[in-house]
Structures are given as C-alpha cells and as structure tokens.
Design a protein around this ligand. Structure first.
Ligand code: FHN
Length: 601
C-alpha cells in the first residue's frame, strides 16, 4: 500500500515532532516490526545524506599510537594502542591527568564538517579504552571529572550540530572496555578482571541512558563490537531503552544478539554490488588509522575519496569518512585540506549525491558511476559521475528504455547541454565533445521522461560484457537472494550479494540477456562453498552449451571466490543462462554470486 502524499507528509511531521507512531523497530523479539512506510520516513534523512564524518577522539588521541617511545598499533589502528602495548589500565589512565585539548573547538569542527558537504557526524563518546568524552555519573573516568580540561565534549558537539544543522550520531563501545573491570577485553591486566554483568548493568547501560537523555535529539547510534560481554537480555534491554528515549533514532548493526538494526556497516571496503534492499554505510579511514596516529601519513587523495563517495552512493550506501583529531583537539591539516577540496567538488556536483538512490543499471561502468534521483513529478534524473571519460567519447546507458529529455554537464551552477544519441540496440548514449572528453571528475545530469527503467533482458555494458547480478535472476524451487548482514569487524565482510538455498535439482535460477552481435564470451562465476559441498557437480547452461563445474570448497558459505568456467559462443539475440545441479554433496552445492560474461577479444 503506498501512503497518500498527504498522509506521508503528516507522518513525517509527526516523526520530526518526535511523536512516536511506532516509528521504531520492534522493542521485543515478539513485537511486530514497524511498517515500511514509517521506517522509510524515519530513515529518509539517512538515505538522502550519503556523506558523514566519523570522529575518533579520546585519550588514545594523546598517545597517537606511541607507548613509551614505541609505536604500538593493531592493524595500523592507533586507538588500539592500549591493547597492542598491553598497557596496564592504571598507567594508561594517567594520560587523563594532563589531557587538556585546548585546541578543541566544537564550532570549528562542525563548520569543517558542513563545509565538506557532510550531513551528519558520528563521534566516539567512549571507545574501547573506556574513557568517556562526556559527563557521566556511572564512572569518574571521564573528561569532565578526570581531566584539567573539565568540559563535556559531547555536549559542546551536540550544541554545535544543532547550531549548524548537522545531524548528530554517537558512537559507543558497549562491549569492549579495557578500563572498567568486567568490560570486554583488557585481560592482559589482572586488575581488569571483574563481573561482566556488573560492567554492563553499571557502566554500559547507564552511560547509554545518559547519552540518550542528556544531549537532545540523537539521530544515529553507532554501537561497536556486537555481542561479547553484552548478553541477549542486556542487548534487548539496551535496544528497548534506546528506542524509548529516542523513538526516531537510526541504529547500526553492531549491538548484535538478534536485536533489530537499521544500517549495515562494512568497514574500509565497499560491497561490489552494495547490499540490495538494505541501508548501509561504509566507514572509511582517511589514512590507515581511526584514532590519531602520529606516524601515519598514508592519506588517501581527495580524488580517491570522492570516487569512493560516488561508488558508495551509486550502490545505495553512505560514506562515513573518518577524522582523528590529535591530543590537542586539532584536526590534522592533511585531513582538513581534503575536506575542503571535497566540499568544493560537492558545491558544484552535490546534486548527483544528496537525495539520490542506487543506480538503475546492474553494471558498474569503468569510467565512473551512475546515481539516480526520483522526481516528485514521476520524472527521474540520472547522474553520470564521470571520473575519466571513455576514449569513445560516448557514455552508454545500457538497456535504458525510458526516453531522455535532456543531458547537460554541471559546471559551477551552469547547465552545459550535451548531445544525446537514442535508438541504438545497446541503449542510448551521451556524446561528449573533445573538450568535455578531456575533463575529469565531472557530472552529467540526464533528465528522463518518466521513471528510470532498463530492459527486462540485461544489456551489455560499454565493453560488451554482461553482469548477471543475483538480484536480477528469476529463481524457482526456493532458491533466492539471501539476506546478508555485513559488519567490517567479524570477517563477514567477505559476504556479498548472492543466491542461496540451492537445495535440490528442482531449485535454480536463470537470467535473460540480450547481445547485439555474435561473440564468444568467457564465463566467470563467483561462488562460495563449505567443505561439505566439495565435489558437487553444477553446470551453467546457455542454449545448447553447458559449462560444468565440480565445486571446490572456499571455506564457508560467505567466502566468495571467482572461477572461470570456460567459453560460450552466442549469436546476436536474447539468451537465457540457467543453473543446473547434477550432483549434490552436503546441503547445497554452493552460494552463487555475480556471473560475468566477458567478450573474448
Ligand atoms: O575496534 C574498532 C576500531 O577501533 C574502530 O572504532 C572501528 C570503526 O568502525 N570499529 C572497530 C573495528 O571494527
């Protein structure tokens, strides 16, 4: 059922007024989840934002990854120095006695966020070190009570966010806490031993309650490190408390224990096809550390950061770009410069990012990325974010069937028209003249006459290849796109879009695709299979040709690898590729990821 626009608006008004219309996920394992309409209204700001700043700031910022003159990090992460150095908690905590980040200026930080074109922030309120950046009655180990600085950083940040119209996200390490006895981890220091239940009930839950109560509207809660010392009962207790105190809050998937979540959290990687039908956010470090690392000068270039933002947005996600201020509270100049440059690009090209949704094309073009804006009047706009124009001078819109009204390049507020070629079998294309063809990192807006649609039969990309995504398959017998839940932490980041439940020969899937000239193709399969499936026999069948494959285990149902199954020769026309199961070992032969047919030159 689609809500009437008026209803939708009133629903949004209620939500923004903080009136809970069951605008929250289920508050208990037995409660019915919120309706899709209410969830869409609650998630709208997040889905439109696409770009936020992650801020890792704490006592670890004063150490910069160095303990007694030695660089000590875990996987390049300086905020893990306490564990890397196995620093005794009492000794590590001495840094609080001199922690006085006089360079901290909440307005300057949030102004930098806004100038960068970021729509929200997520700041660490307490990381694994256990030190709180806010006033808390649960523990004296906090910036107000334990340091000469004596100010509540979270309160000042929250106020600055409200002043500048930036959404407020709070990060909280509810499981790992290397200072408070009973917290997760910290076992290298015998004095850390304690009752985990007591830690959760006396530190984690009270502090989360303070964060959800004392700082006004909190738009996003970023739990970190799911499960651990937080039991199922406590996880649901936390979940219920958070959503009762902040009914419209968005939460990530790192509380765990089966509690509902809104956002999946791949970390320093971008799922190849995004996460179909799910809200997700890739957190990306600007160098190699989340916390300030004095020795880490491996800064990603502005261009690379912009390309990742475009890539993530084109796949329906958000980029949470990290900043690690140093112990004085200053943001590193190398990072600030990148933020300024990203903001400059977004001031000209931001309409291709903000408010857009995942591209309508299954293929990821080699020259850049597509994004899509749904028009309120039913007429969509495609955006081509062109990193490096193709040598052909034409941008193919593979299989697009919606008529194109116009195409123009965005140039500092100007709309510079471009020629559209329509009617070719492979789909329409945008023609770039020599001058445009020499540019980089620009945006072409393509206004459509109706909703963006592509042909039922998958069209070839600009290189003549076919990308057969799991979500585009017609499945039968129970085979289907399987739910995935990606966090960057537990290695499940190898998960990717795939078809699962291939439980018998009567189950299967097929794709329809259309070639425009005769060609030979190599066929590449991405698949994942546990040990028990080894020896299963499958085949990919296209017309009279079949490519058999004896399954070799990849390690798990989620660990994907690519295998080249051979070649097929196809005439021009519409074809069907289907899966065939000839011999089953174990529960299923494998999970099936992306299939690619690449023309043989
Ligand atoms: O261990 C933390 C790490 O320090 C950092 O905060 C990242 C950010 O996503 N989260 C955990 C690792 O997944």
């Amino acid at each position: 059922m689609r809500l009437m626009p008026a209803m939708h608006i009133s629903l949004l008004l209620c939500i923004f007024a903080g009136i809970s219309l069951r605008a929250t996920p289920a508050l208990s394992p037995t409660e019915a989840p919120e309706s899709p309409e209410i969830r869409d209204a609650r998630m709208a700001w997040f889905r439109d934002a696409h770009f936020g700043m992650f801020i890792h700031f704490g006592l670890y910022s004063t150490y910069g990854g160095v303990w007694k003159g030695q660089v000590r990090k875990v996987n390049n992460c300086a905020e893990w120095m306490m564990l890397a150095a196995r620093a005794p908690r009492a000794e590590y905590a001495k840094a609080a006695q001199t922690f006085n980040p006089t360079g901290f200026d909440a307005d300057a930080w949030i102004q930098a966020v806004k100038n960068a074109g970021m729509r929200y922030i997520v700041i660490t309120t307490k990381h694994h070190e256990g030190f709180a950046l806010f006033r808390t009655k649960a523990s004296p180990y906090n910036i107000v009570d334990a340091t000469p600085f004596g100010r509540d950083v979270i309160a000042e940040i929250a106020a600055a966010c409200r002043r500048h119209g930036v959404r407020l996200g709070l990060y909280y390490s509810q499981n790992l806490d290397w200072y408070h006895p009973g917290g997760g981890g910290g076992e290298w220091d015998p004095t850390h031993a304690g009752d985990s239940e007591a830690y959760v009930r006396n530190i984690a839950i009270p502090q989360l309650r303070e964060l959800m109560t004392n700082y006004g509207t909190v738009d996003l809660l970023w739990y970190d490190i799911a499960n651990g010392v937080v039991s199922g009962d406590n996880a649901w207790r936390i979940h219920q408390m958070v959503h009762r105190l902040q009914p419209n809050i968005v939460v990530n998937n790192r509380l765990g224990r089966g509690t509902p979540y809104d956002v999946q959290t791949p970390e320093n990687f971008i799922p190849a096809t995004g996460i179909p039908g799910k809200d997700w956010e890739s957190c990306i470090s600007m160098n190699n550390s989340w916390g300030y690392a004095a020795d880490d000068h491996n800064w990603k270039s502005t261009r690379e950061l912009l390309h990742r933002l475009a890539d993530i947005t084109s796949k329906g996600g958000n980029m949470l770009l990290n900043m690690g201020p140093d112990g004085s509270g200053r943001m590193p100049e190398e990072a600030l410069r990148r933020l300024r440059e990203m903001g400059d690009w977004l001031r000209t090209n931001g309409e291709a990012i903000y408010g857009t949704r995942a591209a309508v094309f299954p293929q990821t073009p080699s020259w850049g990325r597509f994004t899509l804006r749904h028009g309120a009047d039913g007429n969509d706009t495609l955006y081509a974010i062109v990193f490096d124009p193709p040598a052909s001078g034409e941008l193919l819109l593979p299989g697009l069937t919606t008529p194109i009204r116009s195409a123009y390049r965005l140039d500092n507020g100007k709309k510079l028209p471009l020629k559209v070629r329509q009617g070719a079998p492979s789909g329409p294309s945008i023609v770039m003249d020599k001058e445009v063809g020499a540019l980089q990192d620009f945006v072409i807006a393509i206004t459509l006459d109706g909703q963006a649609r592509v042909s039922e039969a998958i069209a070839p990309d600009a290189e003549g290849a076919f990308v057969l995504l799991p979500r585009l398959a017609k499945c039968h017998g129970g085979m289907r796109v399987e739910e995935i839940n990606i966090t960057g932490l537990d290695g499940s980041h190898t998960s990717e879009e795939h078809l699962g439940y291939w439980l018998s020969p009567s189950a299967g899937a097929q794709w329809s695709f259309r070639s425009h000239q005769p060609a030979k193709y190599t066929v590449e399969l991405r698949y994942a299979a546990p040990e028990a499936s080894a020896g299963s026999a499958i085949a990919l069948v296209v017309g009279e040709q079949s490519l058999p494959f004896i399954v070799r285990p990849t390690g798990s149902w989620n660990r994907f690898t690519s295998v080249n199954l051979g070649e097929v020769s196809l005439p021009a026309g519409t074809h069907t590729l289907s899966l065939r199961l000839d011999k089953l070992q174990g529960e299923a032969p494998c999970n099936v990821g992306i299939l690619r047919l690449k023309p043989v030159p």
